[in-house]
Ligand binder design. Structure first.
Ligand SMILES: Cc1cc2nc3c(=O)[nH]c(=O)nc-3n(C[C@H](O)[C@H](O)[C@H](O)COP(=O)(O)OP(=O)(O)OC[C@H]3O[C@@H](n4cnc5c(N)ncnc54)[C@H](O)[C@@H]3O)c2cc1C
Length: 674
């Protein structure tokens, strides 16, 4: 008998249960894989259990109907509860537990999140050991809170264009921090408007009238007792945004604010009493430190998209539309429509590839951190390249993927109660902050340009770039994918992605040569800009495929054979989706022929019908708790109607038959005698 899901009565919809019963693989093994290992998953479960112990800590649908002020208040209450209940666990021993708690247990944006992440990391990475000893314990105990104030009204991506000045006053041994123009107002930093009493202000250092580059300065901004801005400080909140509304992004102007000389962050550069600058460390270390947040954006992309897909896919196996099943009056589940599988299957494939690639990236970053401490910089170039490229590629995939999930739910996807609009809106700035995506692809392209120059000198590319050593060999491969069997062959798919990238690489380098008489600016920013970005994009997505395949084919890495089979199919699906999205180069290179497009599409159809029965078990392997992202249609009970109706009934606008304004403005007209 068909049962309808009900959270209230703890009844799982029979449709959803039937999907779960299809599981033919070790789901726990996949769960561990997705969360980064068994130990990490245990930690996540521990956090979830801590949150579940107190009702106030759990996410709630009421959040969707709150004003910005109410959301901030609610977030502060949750933070305070966490502080009171779990001080030792999450606050005393600050770092990783704090940030992962936020990612699996906090609805909306966490107050002081920037204090615990970017502010803390900047002090640790850019401050001297003495500054770290002085400030880090204060930050850990929240005796000092702060933000990362780089972006200005006039400049974001172009950091060297910042106008805020830090002028050295030799006599008083102080820096004078000043915002000389409207465009020099700091604008956007998170936690700046309300939650910080300090800011790391990035400003142009001026010594004896000479500009000496952009550096970070620790500037107190508020009185700790009254929380009022200190003299010379104008600080405020920038107002409502597309999403991220529970975060206090701010603006800040500094009017001749004096700070002691010791407040310049001086791990790498120091100014002595006489105004002489001393470069203490290798400035390359700075780039390494700045990669951390970017790497974590890559890591969270698959998790965030999976939250959206969990909601949309559960809905799609319970929601039915049209009696289009042969020999049955039953309506068809949304996910039984081929078009629906074409929306969700590729997203699942991207999720797996992004997840495994970003785990690799994190491991590489940890090694890089250790090496930087030993003043070893060999890994820096490749890490800069990969983290910039993946930040751009993955945040785009995740953002657009969440939108696909939202649209795939029809009307209810537009309702805040589905959970999808807030997920999408809060995820949106990932494509912008920590480096705008276009600028990030340009950064990623630099290593390819360098590799090309080195190849002219006979130097060989290494690791995941090694395929570029044989561009001509790759481009000799012709007519390789004509049949469905060929389109399902992992090696041919690998070669297809390699050829696509190699073709763009060769064409871009040829174009740059062709226009070599033009200035560098003209070539890179006007004449070949699209080619450079397109080349980096294709290359990065090919490297992800290489990393994914290398990881899942490693002996013993995936124990359950059925799971390994599903992951291989998802790898194929990733490659096919990529080739379908952008295949012009493969036709131009001759790797594809006129029938290749049909072979690709038929191979996708084949894989999607093969994967169809396992979609819910594969997607649900994340095991997200319902309270992480409250949804009236995507909860674990497959309750898509009862809760939807209940939350609608509880909507604030239903509290009073005549909402504010109606009586004063409308009733007199509606009840007036004609
Ligand atoms: C929610 C949120 C939180 C933020 N938090 C912080 C924070 O804590 N601290 C902080 O300092 N900043 C923060 N920022 C600011 C953020 O880092 C910047 O918005 C980002 O770096 C982009 O800069 P911009 O806004 O000036 O865009 P611009 O640089 O003006 O870019 C605008 C457009 O121009 C394009 N463009 C720019 N340069 C080029 C180029 N060379 N070639 C081709 N196209 C180009 C971009 O692709 C983009 O489409 C935050 C932003 C947001 C949205």
């Amino acid at each position: 008998m068909q049962t309808t899901g009900s959270i209230r009565n703890k009844v799982v919809s029979s449709d959803l249960q039937a999907e779960r019963n299809n599981c033919n693989f070790d789901q726990l093994e996949l769960t561990h894989l997705l969360w980064g290992g068994q130990k990490e998953y245990q930690r996540v479960r521990g956090i979830i259990a801590d949150v579940e112990r107190y009702e106030v800590l759990k996410g709630s649908e009421k959040w969707y109907d709150m004003s910005r002020e109410e959301q901030h208040e609610n977030a502060l209450l949750r933070l305070r509860t966490m502080y009171d209940k779990y001080f030792d666990k999450y606050f005393k021993e600050y770092k990783p537990s704090m940030t992962s708690w936020w990612s699996v247990g906090f609805q909306g944006l966490m107050p002081f999140m920037v204090t615990f992440s970017m502010f803390y990391s900047a002090v640790k990475g850019l401050g001297s050991d003495e500054q770290g000893d002085k400030w880090l314990p204060l930050i850990r105990t929240m005796k000092m809170t702060g933000c990362y104030a780089q972006t200005e009204l006039g400049h974001g991506s172009f950091v060297q264009g910042l106008e805020t000045t830090a002028t050295f006053d030799k006599e008083k041994q102080e820096f004078i921090i000043n915002s000389p123009t409207i465009t020099s107002f700091k604008f956007w930093p998170g936690d700046m408007a309300i939650y910080s009493d300090h800011a790391i202000v990035f400003a142009k250092l001026i010594i004896d009238g000479k500009a000496r580059g952009v550096h970070g300065f620790m500037v107190p901004t508020r009185d700790r007792q009254t929380w009022a801005p200190l003299p010379g400080i104008e600080v405020g909140e920038i107002g409502p945004k597309f999403g991220f509304n529970s975060k206090d992004n701010g603006y800040l102007a500094l009017r001749q604010v004096r700070i002691p000389k010791g407040n310049m962050l001086s791990r790498l550069v120091e100014v002595d009493e006489n105004g002489k600058m001393h470069v203490k460390g290798d400035p390359r270390a700075l780039y390494g430190i700045m990669l951390e947040t970017r790497v974590w954006i890559c890591r969270f992309a698959s998790q965030q998209l999976s939250q959206g897909l969990t909601i949309a896919a559960r809905y799609a196996v319970v929601r039915r539309q049209f009696s289009t099943l042969d020999a049955s009056k039953e309506e068809r589940k949304l996910l039984e429509y081929q078009t629906h599988m074409f929306k969700f299957g590729p997203l699942l494939a991207y999720i797996m590839v992004m997840n495994i690639t970003s785990k690799y990236l994190i491991q590489e970053y940890e090694t890089l951190e250790e090496e930087l401490m030993q003043k070893k910089f060999d890994r820096l170039d490749i890490m800069h390249h990969l983290s910039a490229g993946y930040k751009a590629a993955f945040s785009k995939i995740a953002y657009e993927g969440i939108d696909t999930c939202r649209q795939a739910c029809g009307g209810v996807g537009f309702s805040a109660h589905s959970g999808l609009p807030s997920l999408q809106a809060d995820y949106a700035p990932n494509t912008t902050y920590e480096g705008d995506n276009t600028v990030m692809f340009q950064q990623a392209a630099k290593l390819l340009l360098k590799t090309y120059k080195q190849s002219l000198k006979g130097e060989k590319a290494q690791g995941y770039l090694a395929y570029l050593n044989d561009v001509d060999g790759l481009l000799k491969l012709k007519g390789q994918i004509i049949t469905v069997e060929q389109a399902l062959d992992l090696d041919k798919l690998d070669k297809a992605l390699a050829v696509r990238s190699a073709y763009k690489y060769k064409r871009t380098m040829a174009l740059l040569k062709e226009i070599e008489s033009k200035s560098e600016n003209e070539r890179v920013h006007s004449l070949a800009a699209v080619d450079i970005v397109g080349m980096a994009h294709s290359h990065i997505l090919y490297v992800a495929y290489q990393i994914f395949c290398a990881n899942i084919s490693q002996l013993g890495s995936i124990k359950c054979p059925n799971l390994r089979g599903h992951l291989q199919d998802l790898g194929r699906l990733y490659a096919l989706s990529e080739l379908k999205n952008d295949s012009a180069s493969l036709y131009e290179a001759g790797y594809f022929e006129s029938t290749s497009g049909t072979a690709i599409q038929n191979a996708q159809k084949h894989l999607l019908s093969k994967l169809r029965p396992y979609m819910i078990p594969l997607i649900e392997a994340w095991n997200f708790p319902d309270h992480l992202l409250p949804s009236a249609i995507g909860n674990s009970y497959g309750d898509i109607y009862e809760t939807q109706l209940e939350w609608a009934r509880n909507s604030k606008l239903n509290k009073n038959p005549m909402p504010k304004g109606f009586k004063e403005y409308m009733l007199p007209i509606l009840t007036a005698k004609l």
